[in-house]
Design a protein around this ligand. Structure first.
Ligand SMILES: Cc1cc2nc3c(=O)[nH]c(=O)nc-3n(C[C@H](O)[C@H](O)[C@H](O)COP(=O)(O)OP(=O)(O)OC[C@H]3O[C@@H](n4cnc5c(N)ncnc54)[C@H](O)[C@@H]3O)c2cc1C
Ligand SMILES: NC(=O)c1ccc[n+]([C@@H]2O[C@H](COP(=O)([O-])OP(=O)(O)OC[C@H]3O[C@@H](n4cnc5c(N)ncnc54)[C@H](OP(=O)(O)O)[C@@H]3O)[C@@H](O)[C@H]2O)c1
Length: 359
């Protein structure tokens, strides 16, 4: 694996705000991405942080909604009139012995898709379906911060798992859009819709505790959060809370963006915690498979204490199955305090503190 080398790109944000980017070159081919210093203008404002920090129960505190943000754009490009970007980079980021392939890809946007961290885009794959109609769009969580991997707000990145499965007839079937994307070559056009989604937007409070629970490609929105928190400098946002990432993958060769996250930990050891759950290689003390919720259970009381604070925000992304597994451990933790987890979760959701995007 390539070693992590810090590179800096300076970015000026309108006339009054400045933002800079300091990132490692890690597992995918960054010579293309981070080879030079850039000075570019970006239109659009970053959010002003007004959230309060208190230790009161979530339902009692009036907070500024992350969804009511001036400049937040949704559905700018619709399926009938998509934006056509260009693939700039596409690299496999899982090892050859990993079960399945995951690719990191960067598309040009010329700044015309003004997305926020936590949003998704739609992709319309080339070609037609079995009825001769154009394919329908598929949604993908954006894996880059709003500044993008090149730091110029002119690109959007995705983290895509190539879907290949055997059907009931024993035939090997390839997922239409994921295979289209994983096979894209630099220079190829790609039809993009969106941006969409408000559920996974970052909290505005820079002192928040942000617990991120991701399985596989569910890491995408968290890479985007973490770049903003730890690799970029924004005049009006300096993360000074705690970011705690739990990532569940099948094998160590499927660990996504590991070098980047380790670099973040080196840069901000007091503000970033990182825990992996490698399901097919690790077990807990009882010999059970190490799923993300199994790893979380090791920190159960600490996590529960964090969840009692009004500035703790939990985000979950990836496989649908993880939601129930995580609920199960929360039920028993809450019960220790005589709290009904499902009711408590409803309140957390209302306060935008429990955010789920699973598929
Ligand atoms: C909000 C959102 C964000 C998403 N973000 C990402 C992301 O960041 N990265 C990512 O990789 N994906 C993401 N997805 C999933 C993505 O949208 C696609 O669903 C995925 O890439 C598969 O699309 P496809 O066109 O390749 O497969 P399709 O051609 O659409 O085939 C999928 C269909 O194949 C069938 N199928 C799938 N697996 C099996 C199986 N094992 N056995 C039998 N039948 C099966 C099912 O009917 C399934 O509906 C996201 C989904 C949502 C809703
Ligand atoms: N926003 C979204 O909705 C969104 C975003 C990104 C991705 N996705 C979707 O999420 C899925 C991620 O798949 P992937 O192939 O990228 O992941 P992957 O590499 O296969 O990793 C998934 C990990 O989760 C484990 N797992 C399986 N069942 C689980 C359960 N019930 N609870 C907790 N962990 C469990 C797997 O373990 P084992 O395999 O060892 O059982 C594996 O370690 C894809 O279907 C993708 O399309 C959705």
């Amino acid at each position: 694996m390539a070693s992590a080398t810090a590179v800096t790109a300076a970015v000026s944000l309108s006339s009054t705000k400045s933002t800079s980017l300091s990132v490692p070159s890690s597992s995918f081919n960054k010579s293309f991405v981070f080879s030079h210093r850039r000075n570019v203008s970006i239109s659009g404002k970053l959010s002003i942080v007004r959230a309060q920090v208190t230790t009161e129960a979530p339902q009692k505190v009036v907070k500024e909604s992350k969804k009511q943000d001036e400049g937040l754009v949704t559905n700018k490009y619709k399926p009938k009139d998509p934006y056509t970007g260009m693939c700039l980079l596409n690299t496999k980021i899982t090892g050859d012995d990993a079960p399945g392939e995951t690719w990191h890809m960067v598309f040009s946007t010329e700044g015309l898709i003004p997305y926020r961290e936590g949003q998704s885009i739609g992709v319309i794959p080339d070609g037609v379906d079995k009825n001769g109609k154009p394919h329908k769009l598929r949604l993908y969580s954006i894996a880059s911060s709003a500044l993008g991997d090149f730091g110029d707000s002119k690109t959007v990145s995705l983290c895509v798992k190539r879907l290949v499965y055997t059907n009931d007839q024993g035939e090997i079937v390839k997922g239409v859009c994921s295979n289209f994307l994983c096979d894209l070559k630099p220079g190829a056009p790609v039809k993009i819709t969106g941006p969409v989604g408000k559920e996974m937007l970052m909290p505005k409070d820079p002192n928040a505790t942000v617990v991120m629970l991701g399985t596989g490609t569910g890491i995408a929105p968290f890479r985007s959060f973490l770049w903003k928190m730890f690799f970029e400098k924004h005049e009006d946002y300096k993360f000074n809370g705690l970011a705690w990432l739990f990532l569940g993958v099948p094998t160590s060769s499927s660990l996504l963006y590991k070098e980047e996250f380790e670099k973040m930990k080196e840069k901000a050891p007091d503000n970033f915690r990182l825990d992996f759950a490698v399901s097919r290689e690790q077990t807990n003390a009882k010999g059970e498979k190490m799923y993300i919720q199994t790893r979380m259970a090791e920190y159960a009381s600490e996590l529960w204490e964090l969840l009692k604070k009004d500035n703790t925000f939990v985000y979950m992304c990836g496989l649908k199955g993880m939601e129930k597994g995580i609920d199960d451990i929360m039920v028993s933790l809450a019960a220790n305090d005589g709290i009904d987890w499902l009711e408590y979760k409803r309140q957390l959701k209302k306060a935008e503190q429990w955010n789920v995007e699973v598929y």
